[in-house]
Every structure is written in C-alpha cells, then in structure tokens.
Design a binder for this molecule. Structure first.
Ligand code: FES
Ligand SMILES: [Fe+2]
Length: 441
C-alpha cells in the first residue's frame, strides 16, 4: 500500500512531475523505425510525457522529432509537407528543421528575423528498429546506451508496439508480477513435467508455452542492482519437488523496462513508455543470441498485428469499450478468461483498475513482493532526484545493459540464484548494495 502522495510521485509524468523529469534523463523510444519507412514519408504524431510531438524523416533520410504545433499560429505539423530536412507547415508555409530552427517564412516580408524563434526539437537516435529521443536537459545529452537487445544483427531483433490506456507503472507492475501468469494466462501456459524451463511448443497455428510446474503461489525474492533489480519467483516443480526449485528471474531496468524470463525461441524485453499520466505505449522487443527471428510471427505472438489486433495508431481493436470481446461461451468450453492473447488478458485487468490505480486501497500479499520493492525503489529514486542526486540508472559506475540476461531454470534447492548468469560488473553492483534482500514472508 502507498500513501496518496507516494502514488502521485510514482505515477505522474507530465510537466514538472519529478518522475517524468527523472525519466527524461534516459533516451526514450518515440516510434518504430518502420513508422517512418522512407525519406519524405508522412510524419507521425508522437506523445511522450504529456507533450505532443511529430516524428518525420527528411529527404536526406534522417529522422527528426519536433513539437507538433507550428510556432507561427500552432497548426499541426502532422499534416506538414516534408522538404529536404525540414517540415513545411501547410497553413502559411513556414519551414521548421529538425533542430527547431525556422528556416523560411514565405508569408512574412523580407527581413523578418526568423532566428529569434526556436521551436521545440529533440535529439534523435535510431537503433534496433526504434527511433529514440532525448527529452532531458539539452546541454547535457548523454551517449545512447546499448539496451540488452541492441548489439544483435537486425534479423535477430523484432519489435512491436501497442497502446495501453493506463499509467506506465500499472502496466509495468504486470510484468514484475510473476504470480498472475500461472492464473490469468493459464489457458496459454501449459504444465508439462518433461520440460526444463518455459518452452515454446507448436500448437496448431500458434506457439504455446509449457512450464514444469503447477504451483500457483510463487515465493518471491529481490536482488537490488544499480540499474534496478533482479527478482526471482520460486515454484515447486512437478518432478523432484523435494530437491529442486523451478526459478523464474525477471529483470527490472529503471525507469520502465523489464526483461521477463525467456522461452526457447525469444528473449523478451518490454518497455512501458509513458505517453502521459494515463496512457502508455508498450514496446515488445524479442531477440535471440543465435536464431534469426521473424517480425510477422512476433507481431502475431505479441497480439500486435495492425488490422487484426490494433489500428494504425496502435490502439487496440478489442478494448474497454467492447469489454475486450470476452467470450463467455469459450469460458464454458474451458478457456479461463474468454479473452484471447496474453497481452489482451493483461490489458483487460490493468486498464479496468482505473487509469491510475488507487494504491491506498490495495491489500497486498506475499506474491506482490517484487511490486512492493519496485514502488519503494522508484519513490526513493524520485526523492533522491528531487534532492539533486542523479536519475536512477545514470550514475557511474554503470552496469553494461547489453549484458543483462533474465533466465529460468530448474535448480537444486538452496542454489544462490543472485549471481547466476550475471556479468562481473553486475555482481560488483549487487555487492555494493549490501548483498541480498530478505525473502518475502
Ligand atoms: S500556422 Fe504554421 S505557418 Fe502559420
Ligand atoms: Fe500478464
């Protein structure tokens, strides 16, 4: 449970809200590269931290991100013509370049000083199928850090995105909450004593997941790090439960990214990017260290196919207004939720809590331990930031994010999971943070 003040600190990202200001110290996903498919293509509206922006690709091929509303009389630049490396407003023809300079004012007499006007514009970096933007202080733009999936060849990274009508923290808490997966997603995740971890099984048209456990009440432990934390969910396996634990490790990278445990096929990463206080854009990445991945298959698997699951703006076709098309007949036939697709099951639960859930009214349990730690960590990070300390995840020494790996395994009981699969920098970062945390009650 949080106080009202803590809930506001945790969730609010617009304007001067300290969480939004802290998040702006990180490079933020703004749109998919394929939304700007070619030089001179249609600009795309982007909303981040409550700001309306436009992303475009100039005739030189470079992407730019500027404020949506023209500095003259605020017409939308989403309709602008794309000229060389600038946008030309349709209303009176002013041209604004990717640095925010007004480079032409054809409606004004010669000699009008355009250089006095500075339009909002942010630095852009394209990598891993995404156009990233830096919206923090422009006198100190940090180098682009390689996220965990980013040092792969292009055919080993796939990415899709979906709009969620809920606050960013609420959406992220879904991924940090291991317990719900065995219940909410129980029709998608089969139990199978013969598998070694979570495994993709071909199931007719689509892949299905299998896990070696039927335990619905995982015990949770959390190991803080300099970038966020690792959390472990321990479940009793179907086989050898006296000597073995089934352990699923999820990684939280502050401020809004999570690496859920991998399957045979994918290593997933999810970024819960705040559009404003009440809306989030989910970026579903998958990558593989060894296999070539297929974008089309990933869009189907993540329920993010345009025209089937979402519209061109990535808004869901099944949503609160049609009760996610829940099928009660399918439930009678044995489907647990009547809502097809793991992400849509999550949306149905998270969006209908209210866009910002009232965390003063909850009754948390032992299985919510990772969520409790996430909230404590982020509220403390915001308070530190307000006191003048660096934003969480930006201070030296930093753990190289491209080496982070979530995992899952059947482990002999008593194995210390905290340093398994961790890089030397990560292990040093755990040790500097006073070792392990106490277990959940
Ligand atoms: S409003 Fe854009 S040029 Fe006038
Ligand atoms: Fe879920």
């Amino acid at each position: 449970m949080l106080t009202h003040e803590e809930n506001e600190l945790l969730t609010r990202v617009e304007g001067d809200a300290p969480m939004g200001q802290m998040m702006r110290r990180h490079w933020t996903p703004a749109c998919l590269t394929k939304e700007l498919p070619e030089p001179g293509c249609a600009p795309r509206r982007v909303r981040l931290y409550g700001e309306n922006l436009v992303a475009f690709r100039g005739l030189d091929g470079n992407a730019g991100i500027v404020g949506e509303h023209c500095p003259h009389r605020l017409a939308s630049l989403a309709y602008a013509r794309v000229e060389q490396s600038s946008l030309q407003c349709l209303y009176h023809g002013w041209k604004i370049d990717a640095q925010g300079r007004v480079i032409d004012m054809p409606s004004e007499p010669e000699g009008r000083r355009a250089e006095r006007i500075r339009h909002k514009a942010y630095p852009v970096h394209e990598a891993g199928g995404v156009v990233w933007v830096y919206m923090g202080p422009q006198d100190a733009v940090p180098e682009f850090p390689l996220p965990p999936w980013m040092d792969k060849p292009e055919n080993r990274i796939v990415v899709s995105k979906i709009h969620e009508a809920a606050n960013w923290a609420q959406a992220l808490e879904g991924t940090l909450d291991s317990a719900h997966s065995s219940i909410l997603h129980s029709s998608e995740i089969r139990s199978d004593a013969s598998v070694q971890g979570s495994t993709d099984r071909s199931d007719g048209e689509r892949l299905a997941l299998a896990r070696p456990s039927v335990d619905l009440a995982p015990r949770i432990q959390v190991q803080p790090t300099s970038y966020g934390f690792r959390s472990a969910a321990f479940r009793k396996p179907i086989k050898d439960a006296d000597t073995t634990d089934y352990v699923r490790i999820t990684i939280f990278i502050a401020p809004y990214t999570a690496l859920p445990p991998p399957s045979d096929t994918w290593r997933p990463a999810q970024a819960f990017v705040p559009m404003d206080d009440h809306n989030t854009m989910l970026y579903f990445f998958a990558w593989s260290d060894t296999k070539r991945l297929d974008q089309d298959t990933w869009e189907k698997e993540s329920s993010a196919k345009i025209g089937v699951d979402i519209d061109r703006e990535h808004r869901k076709l099944r949503n609160r207004s049609n009760d996610y098309m829940q099928d009660r007949e399918a439930m009678k036939r044995g489907d647990f939720t009547g809502i097809p697709g793991i992400p849509f099951q999550d949306f149905a639960m998270q969006e209908t809590m209210g866009a910002i859930v009232d965390r003063t009214r909850e009754n948390l349990g032992a299985s919510d331990f990772a969520i409790v730690r996430f909230r404590q960590m982020m509220v403390q990070a915001v308070r530190d930031f307000q006191a003048g300390l660096p934003a969480i995840g930006t201070a030296e020494p930093r753990v190289p994010l491209n080496r982070l790996r979530s995992f899952q395994a059947l482990l002999p009981k008593g194995t210390d999971w905290r340093e398994l699969d961790a890089s030397p920098e990560e292990i040093a970062s755990f040790r500097s943070l006073h070792g392990a945390e106490p277990k959940a009650a």
